[in-house]
Design a protein around this ligand. Structure first.
Ligand SMILES: Cc1cc2nc3c(=O)[nH]c(=O)nc-3n(C[C@H](O)[C@H](O)[C@H](O)COP(=O)(O)OP(=O)(O)OC[C@H]3O[C@@H](n4cnc5c(N)ncnc54)[C@H](O)[C@@H]3O)c2cc1C
Length: 383
């Protein structure tokens, strides 16, 4: 029987572990622990799940494959973690060819999904929280929503354990062996046929050769306490992107506990995931400016909590799921680039294809690559 060591217990690592196990490998997963790890990107109150990917056919089609699996996971779990409440993407001006909203809506409609176009009047009628006429168009559909991300990690870990993956929280990997067939831990070295490094933002520290492609980037998440929680439930305020390719702001309907989550998808800050995690005051000021501009009902809402979360950000925004060209035993599954969690149900398919050297439509895009790639800002337009 082949052996696999999986480094990291976020959604990429758990997907990799389950894929290796399904191939018949004796599989162990190492993480500093506890699982879910509180500092992992996957361990969050919520993440957006949406098939809107602008003009990017690969990620659009891959998400349309993932959505039925999210629904199947809902049916299997003791309670649904994926809340398919719908998503609204609003554009500053009228959506136009080449723009994220226009291209997303066109692609989803072409694939037979019902997509409701919105103009300024429809936005005011359907979603009255937005400043009138701030957004001139966009679309809404019900093929997406949000997932309880940290709860999902706990559920996936339990599924993996039930399938025979040996979970070893409390075992951090200190180094990967030069041939990729083993790792060093405080408890001694471990060897295996394959080592899959899925350590999210910590991946470049463990596999330095990916550093030119992938970097840890800090991003800020805000939880507000609105004075009138009932006004922010999903029927009036669904998951949104607020002209996201221009402003970077996106958010969620009211979460259990009366918190409203808003976050920013932007350049972020290049720093270590082990550095103290503090939200800069200027980021709170940027949030307040966005609220004043777009969501006047939240201008005075107290910020109940902030969280610094790390992207494992690649230069081109594509994940990296491939075998190292230089270290035969090493596979990397990382580079979520701020949009990886929604692919949790399908990431394992690519890992399985890499382990078995089989085909998968995403393999070429996610392959080991040099970095003569678009700037981050260009990639962000696409995501
Ligand atoms: C602010 C923010 C918002 C986001 N929003 C969305 C969204 O709305 N929708 C979406 O789809 N995606 C979103 N993402 C992206 C998504 O969260 C990530 O792509 C995904 O969670 C990455 O999972 P991962 O398993 O690669 O990394 P992680 O979840 O970070 O897991 C890495 C694991 O590796 C472990 N590890 C670290 N070092 C070691 C070591 N030395 N040895 C062993 N294990 C180690 C860690 O403890 C951790 O458990 C967002 C990310 C951020 C930061």
């Amino acid at each position: 029987m082949k052996t696999a060591l999986i480094v990291g217990g976020g959604v990429f690592g758990l997907a990799a572990a389950r894929a290796a196990r399904a191939l018949g490998h004796a599989t162990r997963l190492l993480d500093p622990g506890p699982l879910p790890h509180p500092l992992a990107s996957s361990t969050d109150l919520s993440k957006v799940v949406r098939p809107d990917y602008g003009a990017d056919d690969l990620y659009t089609d891959w998400m349309l494959e993932a959505l039925p699996r999210w629904r199947a996971w809902n049916a299997r779990g003791s309670r649904p973690l994926f809340h398919e409440t719908g998503v609204a993407f609003l554009a500053g001006g009228a959506p136009a060819p080449g723009g994220f909203e226009y291209e997303s809506a066109a692609r989803l409609a072409a694939r037979g999904l019902d997509v409701e176009p919105l103009d300024a009047a429809a936005i005011a009628r359907r979603f009255p929280q937005w400043r009138e006429n701030r957004f001139q168009g966009g679309h809404f559909h019900r093929h997406g929503g949000w997932v309880e991300a940290g709860e999902l990690v706990a559920w996936l870990a339990a599924e993996a354990a039930a399938e025979g993956v040996e979970l070893l929280p409390g075992r951090a990997v200190l180094a990967v062996h030069p041939d990729g067939h083993g790792v060093d831990t405080a408890g001694g070295p471990l060897r295996a046929d394959v080592v899959v490094v899925a350590a999210g933002a910590w991946t470049p520290a463990l596999v330095p050769e990916v550093a030119p492609l992938m970097a840890p980037i800090a991003q800020d998440v805000f939880l507000l306490s609105p004075a009138d929680p009932a006004a922010w439930v999903d029927a009036r305020h669904p998951v949104f992107g607020a002209d996201i390719s221009t402003t970077g702001w996106y958010g969620f309907p009211l979460h259990p506990g009366g918190r409203l989550k808003i976050a920013h998808h932007g350049p972020g800050r290049a720093t270590s995931p082990d550095a103290p995690r503090v939200t800069p005051v200027e980021r709170v000021a940027a949030l307040r400016a966005f609220l004043a501009d777009a969501l006047p009902g939240l201008v005075d809402a107290p910020v109940a909590e902030t969280r610094v979360c790390f992207y494992a950000d690649t230069r081109d925004g594509d994940f990296l799921i491939d075998r190292s060209p230089a270290r035969p035993g090493l596979v990397v599954a990382a580079g979520g680039s701020g949009h990886g969690l929604k692919f949790a149900p399908v990431i394992g398919d690519v890992v399985a294809a890499v382990l078995a050297d089989g085909p998968h439509p995403a393999r070429a895009r996610l392959a080991w690559r040099a970095v003569a790639a678009p700037r981050q800002e260009d990639a962000r337009q696409r995501r």
